[in-house]
Design a protein. Structure first.
Length: 351
């Protein structure tokens, strides 16, 4: 995981999932906060990077919420910057939205936080399957991800700068060592899943070695893999969105301009007039195509966009193992469900 994230091995903490790790870290950071201290969150985030910080309101911590641009579901960076002040102690933001696919300018956000003396906590759960992560380049204080998202077992992984992991005081059992990272890993670890994490990182490195046989290290091979993954997913995403935008009554939430696809993941959220997301996901599932409906725990976003009350989104997700033929099949099946006459070969497989 140190090779995967670009850090030192003792800066890696394993846990049952990202949510549990974030609650553990919010409790530890909360021990140092006072009434009136502020934390900046965003409406774009998964609730696992919101509720653990909101829980600190019981200590008198003030929560600031940065807004989004409704037209393309991107973060309002001006609003975010205006909410970071001398009172801000932490800025928590997602690397990419698990609902609408937007990739945030994390490096800039970290810099804005540090300029005010605040910590930066990054949720990279949704970004990790789609792009390379280099925590040293980002200079973030913490970053969390879930290995099941990038083809491993269901566990969470937290990166923390060594200085923070040593300084902060975790809630832990007395018998647990005070050495890092162990002081943050409570109880008996899930060793079989950790073995699976090693395997999924090696899988990505093997992909990289196939496209770049000269890769000199596992880290270099991982970066080569993501270069190929992003190129392939970009082609699939272009095909998918082009076909979706031809469907009458369809509204696509998120970036639609192909020139800006480097600012989004191949995760697409739509609503279609006259059809609930649940109905569409069910019908597609009956055709052997897996999509999803609802809010995906991005509850603040579905509430902010006023779609939570009537089913949220239909979400279509692509990954590197999907094919152009699956994209065409998806679009064809969706048009048949809607009773549309397809104007050509359309369709998309989904993760």
């Amino acid at each position: 995981m140190a090779d995967f994230l670009g850090c030192a091995a003792d800066e890696i903490v394993f846990g049952p999932n990202m949510t549990s790790l974030t609650y553990a870290m919010s409790r530890a950071i909360g021990r140092e906060l006072q009434a009136g201290d502020e934390i900046v969150l965003t409406h774009l985030d998964h609730d696992a990077n919101i509720s653990p910080w909101r829980a600190l309101q019981e200590r008198g911590v003030v929560i600031q919420m940065a807004d989004v641009h409704e037209e393309d579901c991107t973060l309002d960076m001006d609003d975010l910057a205006s909410r970071i002040s001398a009172k801000t102690k932490l800025v928590a933001v997602g690397y990419a939205s698990n609902a609408v696919g937007t990739i945030n300018d994390v490096r800039k956000i970290v810099r804005l936080a540090h300029d005010r003396g605040a910590l930066a906590y990054i949720d990279a759960v949704h970004y990790a399957p789609h792009g390379p992560i280099g925590v040293a380049e980002l200079d973030c204080d913490f970053l969390v991800c879930s290995t099941y998202k990038f083809f491993g077992p269901h566990m969470g992984v937290l990166y923390g700068k060594r200085e923070h992991l040593q300084r902060l005081q975790p809630y832990k059992v007395r018998a647990n060592t005070n050495a890092i990272p162990n002081r943050w890993e409570w109880g008996t670890l899930n060793h079989e899943c950790i073995a699976g994490i090693a395997a999924c990182v090696d899988y990505l490195a093997d992909l990289g070695k196939q496209v770049c046989p000269s890769a000199s290290s596992r880290r270099h091979a991982i970066l080569a893999a993501y270069e190929a993954i992003q190129s392939h997913e970009h082609e699939l995403l272009t095909k998918l969105i082009s076909g979706l935008l031809q469907i009458p009554g369809l509204r696509l939430y998120g970036i639609q301009d192909p020139e800006r696809f480097h600012r989004r993941c191949p995760t697409v959220a739509v609503r279609i007039k006259g059809h609930s997301p649940l109905q569409l996901a069910t019908r597609l599932g009956e055709s052997g195509i897996f999509t999803w409906d609802g809010n995906y725990y991005a509850l603040n976003l579905t509430e902010r966009l006023d779609v939570e009350k009537d089913g949220g989104f239909l979400r279509i997700g692509l990954a590197h193992y999907n094919t152009a033929e699956e994209v065409e099949r998806f679009l064809s099946e969706l048009n048949q469900i809607l009773g549309n006459r397809a104007s050509g070969p359309h369709s998309a497989g989904s993760k």
